[in-house]
Design a protein around this ligand. Structure first.
Ligand SMILES: Nc1ncnc2c1ncn2[C@@H]1O[C@H](COP(=O)(O)OP(=O)(O)OP(=O)(O)O)[C@@H](O)[C@H]1O
Ligand SMILES: [Mg+2]
Length: 508
């Protein structure tokens, strides 16, 4: 036996349903909720919502509650069609004898409609957006008070559906925009840094190829190389060529901070850990969705290494003084100019962390390993550093390039940049001269080159000629110099250079 709810309780039920509808933002769930509650309220077997398409030509409904499958038919068909067209309520006592009834819907859903109540769904500006049908009342037929109830429910449902549609549209626009934004970043960012990475030596080409290959992945990268060889630049190149380009790139120099501060920097801190301490997110959290660059990772203490390892394994961080884990989606790139293998052997670097970081190992070559690149690199960097200082630099003279070629570049590209910056400011003439470089550079470069084969031969010849001339002129330096076409001082210099000891002049 069915017990019909008293009117006040039915009204209270409608209000409860409206409240739930207003907090449901996803359209499919909202449709299910409205249908289910309406059927229960009217003691009917089921309810269907037919939504009118944007152009008004089609009606769409769910095949069944909870099903993602939809049925579509022309908007002038069926009872739903006539309700939408007329804006009037329709009560049907025997569906199959009503000429307006569209049996195909039953055929498609496998349901048998006996009686029904259909009301239009109208938004508050009077637009009909669909029809609401309650099917197969369990006990008797639909009555007037059912109509009132379902009309007020339909009016509220229409508004909730409009809102859900609007939200879905905004959401899809946001997704499109984010997608476009990401692609733009990749296009712009992907080009910029790899062009910034100069050099045509095969090792540089290989480095650029690797960056392009791994950028798209989530792989953890370890970059090693001497100071000033572009580790920072490589890390940025990877980030800006990756799908994370539009998200933050957060760099942290692990060597620059004392142990206690480092943890706060990395993991953040909760309010009240110490007096005056405010709640603050750490670098891992700030890099959410992007990349964290752990520079000078070889300088981390063993304790800090253990903590970083935990983040890499569990993808969660815990703020200092906090009790909850915050999950982080961050790509990790680490760099160091230390020899981590040696550090591992000495027990200064954790092996497990090393293997976590070292999924891909990129090595930045030292400048002295690519001498052929120096002239082109110097010219390009000269232009870059000068524009950075809003200046125009004179070109490098041939002699200046010779000096650059002879240096051993302990500071690599950074040192080269600094020399060029200095020369841009110091140079007075139409060309940059060796004297425009720092003493450090010229001091290194004036040390004589190791003699080449030809030079060795020439020197040996010169030495022999001097010795012969000395013998022929009885060790008399004045005459020997004259015979060789040298000044007296010129001869003395050469004697010194070749370490030739002369005996006192012989009596003749
Ligand atoms: N291949 C390169 N092409 C162009 N510029 C480069 C290249 N390598 C390095 N540089 C420049 O040299 C300078 C130093 O590079 P970077 O800071 O990346 O070096 P690093 O390896 O991180 O050094 P450190 O170990 O001292 O931190 C930067 O200004 C960078 O732009
Ligand atoms: Mg660096």
């Amino acid at each position: 036996m069915v017990i019909r709810l008293p009117d006040s309780e039915r009204l209270a039920a409608v209000l409860r349903i409206c409240q739930r509808m207003n907090s449901e933002r996803a359209l499919p769930q909202l449709l299910d909720l409205v249908a289910e509650e309406a059927a229960r309220l009217l003691d009917a077997d089921r309810a269907s919502i037919f939504l009118l398409s944007e152009d008004g030509r089609e009606l769409t409904s769910k095949v069944a509650l909870g099903s993602p499958q939809m049925i579509h038919f022309a908007s002038d068909l069926g009872i739903a069609g006539s309700v939408v067209a007329s804006g009037e309520t329709v009560i049907v006592k025997d569906a199959y004898s009503d000429p307006r009834f569209y049996q195909d819907v039953d055929n498609l859903t496998g349901y048998r409609t006996l009686n029904l109540l259909a009301v239009p769904m109208t938004t508050n500006n009077g637009r009909v957006i669909g029809a609401f049908e309650i099917l197969n009342k369990r006990d008797g037929c639909f009555e007037d008070d059912d109509v009132q109830l379902i009309k007020s429910l339909a009016a509220n449902a229409a508004i909730a559906i409009q809102t859900a549609r609007l939200i879905a549209e905004l959401d899809s626009r946001r997704v499109t925009l984010e997608h476009e934004n990401r692609n733009l970043w990749r296009e712009v960012g992907g080009k910029l840094p790899s062009q910034l990475l100069l050099g045509t030596h095969p090792r540089m080409e290989e480095l650029r190829r690797m960056i392009a290959r791994i950028a798209d992945t989530e792989i953890t990268v370890l970059i090693t190389g001497e100071s000033g060889t572009g580790k920072d630049l490589v890390a940025r190149s990877i980030h800006f060529a990756s799908p994370r380009a539009a998200r933050p790139f957060v760099a942290l120099n692990c060597a620059a901070l004392p142990e206690a501060l480092l943890e706060t920097e990395l993991f953040g801190v909760e309010k009240g850990v110490a007096t005056g301490v405010d709640r603050r997110a750490g670098k891992f959290e700030s890099a959410q969705g992007g990349t964290i660059f752990l520079d000078e990772i070889g300088d981390l203490s063993l304790a800090a290494q253990a903590k970083i390892l935990r983040v890499l394994q569990d993808h969660v961080v815990e703020r200092i003084g906090g009790r909850t884990n915050i999950s982080v989606d961050v790509r990790v790139i680490a760099a160091t100019n230390k020899d981590l293998t040696a550090a591992m052997k000495k027990g200064e670097f954790r092996e497990d962390l090393y293997y976590r970081l070292n999924v891909v190992h990129l090595k930045t070559p030292a400048l002295r390993e690519m001498p052929g690149d120096i002239p082109a690199l110097a010219n390009a960097l000269l232009y870059r550093v000068a524009s950075g200082m809003k200046r125009v630099a004179p070109p490098l003279s041939a002699a200046a390039i010779q000096v650059l070629l002879r240096s051993s570049w302990p500071g690599n590209v950074r040192q080269l940049e600094n020399e060029l910056r200095r020369a841009t400011i110091v140079a007075q003439g139409p060309e940059i001269l060796p004297s425009d470089f720092s003493e450090e550079l010229t001091a290194v470069s004036v040390t004589p080159e190791p003699p080449s084969g030809l030079q060795q031969e020439l020197e040996a010849l010169e030495r022999r000629r001097i010795q012969d001339a000395l013998a022929a002129n009885a060790n008399n330096q004045q005459r020997t110099a004259k015979a060789l076409g040298l000044s007296r001082q010129g001869l003395i210099n050469k004697l010194k250079r070749y370490g030739i000891r002369t005996s006192p002049p012989r009596e003749e």
